[in-house]
Design a protein around this ligand. Structure first.
Ligand code: G6P
Length: 751
């Protein structure tokens, strides 16, 4: 309140000051006008009286006084007199003020008025004349006879009405300004109050959750969901928050006692390959899916059903097409399914990788859908589903169906094993409903996936897209409360489970010391100690933004020539899906771009880009992760991207900088990375420059925070959460089943 009074007072005071200034300005202007007025009037009076005055001038008789009396009949004229040219009084009216003598007038005029005539015309002299009873205005009009200046007609004007007018104007102005100030203060206070109230309301609404429906929606929802999940986990399992292989195993045993875990994934975790030298080696395929899921099955044991794609795979299996893995420390079975070249072409290269892969990734490659490919896809899904059923040792196994290769399999397995717990996980993005409409078999894909108990996706956005797709293309009830779909009386949960990597990461733990890795990598590349080393690790896939990455390095060298000769960017590029034309084109384009940049900036002893196009086994990949100053992940669209997480896991020295595309699922979690838009080359180049210049302290801080995150949100938690949710769902279903049976019994229906 005090503040308001002070504000009002200040406003009023400034109003008064303004009014005062305005009055002075206006008064000055009015006085100027008034003087001009008087001068004009004096001139006109003199003009009228001149003949009479000149007629009697030489006689200096009483007629002159009468003529002057006539002049002062004008109410604003107080007195008049005639002064000779020698400044002697010739005649005057009765009330002529004695102070205004002709001599005094002469002196005043001399100071301000040099000449009485100018260009033949007479000029009127005038000035305010202070008198004891108040100021008057005295004007003197020169009288000229036969071009001879003979004297002046002196007129005394009443100034009091000017004063009166000025006083009136002052009052009016003061009043007007006062009112204006008051009005302005009222309007200001009301506006301020309203906007403060509005601000408070908005703030309150935000705090109370209303603005959650707007901009902050995803962040707040994600955080809330995270907090709820962690709390629920702690409550449900009565255990510490950190998930480990042991805890995952315990969770499995507790919720699904005696049941077998069957992983269904197209890519096998170990591949027997006969090299050119005839020796069979076990390879680890470059696949994020394998990186993530393999440690889960190692922890749970069971069987992994996959396509046997290695050139020596058949030689390694038993008569049931099975082999124990991992080699050297077996803990689960790998069951290989054989595909004919036609099946592989239609199902894997065709429908899965020329159709679904580009359909789900916003990377500007057109999906291709052919009926024959779909037929192969459906047939292969049936064959894999049968293999799963054959691997099941009970009617309720836990089946983990992986990725877009097997959208139809969950329904097919459900038909054969109605009591199975089927958890399907879609590793890549799920497109928005309209885009899914491109696929002629979108309804079949959705129907197939809804055979699962849970459909897991990487982010909430993909869950929303999935539910919208069901809404648009199927007859099913969407349960938005539970995030699920009810179809044919069966509930399928549709939930986000962002995938991760094993933590602790054996590959990092088993790797040589960081200094050793760096020494080895630099030696391998023929680089000196002072080299700046960047690394990229990918399959040669058009979704990974490899060309954009190389162009960003080029932009960096353009902008910071000091790095030329010092910076080497190594791209480990694993050839992939090379029967597909787009992949072959990409391979060539990347090679061409690298060669062009090397030609532009390199010389015989230095190449800024080192493109290592080959399959790289984990020890080699981890050596580069640990040797690098930074790792650049520039995917144009990626469900998660586990390279980013692997790089963080590899850096137990808490050094190195991760530059991460904003279009990866990982960017939502690894927020301490330098997140960039890979299409914006300047932004990427600037991020590369910041990475190179980042002080060790900041690197440590960022890397530490990301490592703490990964230690908690690891792949055991990913699998554990899905198992716990599936167990709850199963319990709920069996409670409902029992209640239904009881109802039937009470109603007297036969069982
Ligand atoms: C992505 C897919 C995986 C796939 C991997 C490698 O990560 O989500 O399902 O295994 O790419 O691709 P490939 O075709 O070689 O298995």
């Amino acid at each position: 309140m005090k503040r308001v009074a002070r504000f009002l007072l200040a406003l009023l005071a400034s109003g008064v000051v303004l009014a005062w200034i305005a009055t002075a300005v206006v008064e000055r202007a009015t006085r100027g006008r008034f003087e001009e007025d008087i001068a004009a009037r004096a001139a006109s009076v003199a003009r009228g009286a001149r003949p009479g005055l000149l007629g009697h001038w030489s006689r200096a008789d009483s007629a002159l006084a009468h003529l002057l009396d006539d002049i002062v009949r004008d109410e604003r004229m107080m007195a008049a007199a005639l002064c000779t040219e020698r400044l002697e009084l010739l005649a005057r009216t009765a009330d002529w003020p004695a102070q205004v003598g002709c001599a005094a007038l002469g002196q005043k005029m001399a100071a301000t008025w040099a000449r009485v005539t100018e260009g033949g015309t007479t000029r009127v002299w005038g000035s305010v004349w202070p008198l004891p009873g108040g100021d008057v205005y005295v004007s003197a009009v020169p009288l000229v006879q036969r071009e001879q200046h003979i004297g002046f007609l002196v007129l005394v004007h009443d100034l009091s009405f000017v004063e009166r007018r000025a006083a009136q104007m002052r009052t009016v102005l003061l009043l007007a300004f006062g009112l204006l100030a008051l009005g302005a203060s009222v309007v200001t206070i009301v506006a301020a109050r309203l906007s403060w109230r509005g601000f408070r309301k908005e703030l309150l609404r935000f705090i109370q959750g209303e603005s959650r429906r707007k901009e902050f929606l995803p962040i707040i929802r994600d955080v809330r969901e995270l907090v709820e999940r962690i709390a629920a986990e702690r409550e449900a399992d009565g255990q510490a928050a950190v998930w480990s292989p042991q805890r995952l195993k315990q969770t499995l045993v507790r919720h699904f006692p005696g049941e077998k875990v069957i992983v269904l994934a197209n890519r096998e975790p170990y591949l027997h390959d006969r090299g050119h030298d005839g020796v069979v080696r076990v390879l680890h395929p470059a696949s994020g899916l394998v990186t993530a899921v393999e440690p889960v099955l190692r922890a749970c044991s069971g069987v992994w059903v996959a396509h046997g794609s290695g050139s020596a795979d058949r030689e390694a299996v038993d008569r049931n097409d099975r082999v124990r893995v991992p080699p050297g420390a077996p803990s689960y079975w790998l069951r290989r399914v054989w595909l004919s070249p036609d099946e592989e072409r239609g199902y894997y290269y065709g429908f899965a990788n020329e159709g679904l892969w580009p359909l789900c990734h916003l990377a500007h490659t057109r999906p291709l859908f052919r009926s024959a490919d779909y037929a192969a896809y459906a047939a292969v899904n049936r064959r894999f589903a049968e293999a799963v059923v054959r691997e099941a040792e009970s009617d309720d196994p836990v089946v983990l169906v992986q990725d877009y290769h097997f959208a139809l399999a969950p329904r097919l397995i459900r038909e054969r094993l109605p009591r199975a717990t089927i958890i399907s996980f879609w590793h890549i993005p799920w497109p928005y409903a309209e885009r899914l409409g491109i696929c002629p078999w979108r309804a079949e894909l959705l129907e197939g996936l809804l055979g699962s108990s849970i459909v897991g996706l990487q982010t909430q956005l993909y869950c929303n897209n999935f539910l919208d797709s069901v809404d648009r293309y199927l007859e099913a009830r969407i349960d938005r409360e539970q995030n699920g779909v009810v179809q044919h009386g069966q509930l399928t949960l549709v939930r986000p489970y962002p995938i991760s990597i094993a933590w602790p990461d054996d590959r990092a733990n088993e790797a040589p010391a960081v200094e050793e890795c760096r020494r080895a990598a630099l030696a391998e590349l023929g680089l000196g100690d002072g080299a700046i080393l960047g690394v990229g690790v990918d399959r040669l896939d058009y979704t990974k933004g490899i060309e954009e990455r190389l162009l960003a390095v080029e932009r960096l060298l353009e902008r910071f020539p000091a790095y030329n000769g010092r910076l080497t960017f190594v791209q480990l590029a694993a050839p992939t899906r090379s029967l597909i034309e787009h992949y072959r084109q990409l391979d060539q384009a990347v090679e061409k771009t690298a060669a062009r940049i090397n030609q532009r900036f390199g010389n015989s002893s230095y190449q800024p880009i080192r493109l290592l196009r080959a399959h790289h086994e984990p020890p080699s990949v981890y050596r580069y992760y640990r040797a690098a100053d930074f790792c650049f992940v520039s995917s144009l669209h990626d469900g998660m991207n586990l390279v980013a997480k692997e790089f963080v896991a590899a850096r137990d020295d808490e050094r190195g900088v991760l530059i991460l595309s904003q279009f990866t699922g990982a960017a939502r979690e690894l927020t301490e990375a330098l997140v960039v838009n890979p299409y914006d080359l300047d932004e990427s180049a600037a991020a590369l420059a910041s990475a190179i210049a980042m002080p060790p302290g900041e690197q440590r801080e960022r890397m530490h925070a990301m490592r703490v995150f990964l230690s908690e949100f690891n792949v055991y938690r990913w699998a554990g959460r899905m198992l716990v949710d599936a167990a709850r769902l199963r319990k709920k279903a069996s409670r409902l089943g029992r209640a239904g049976a009881e109802l039937a019994r009470l109603a007297g229906f036969p069982r």
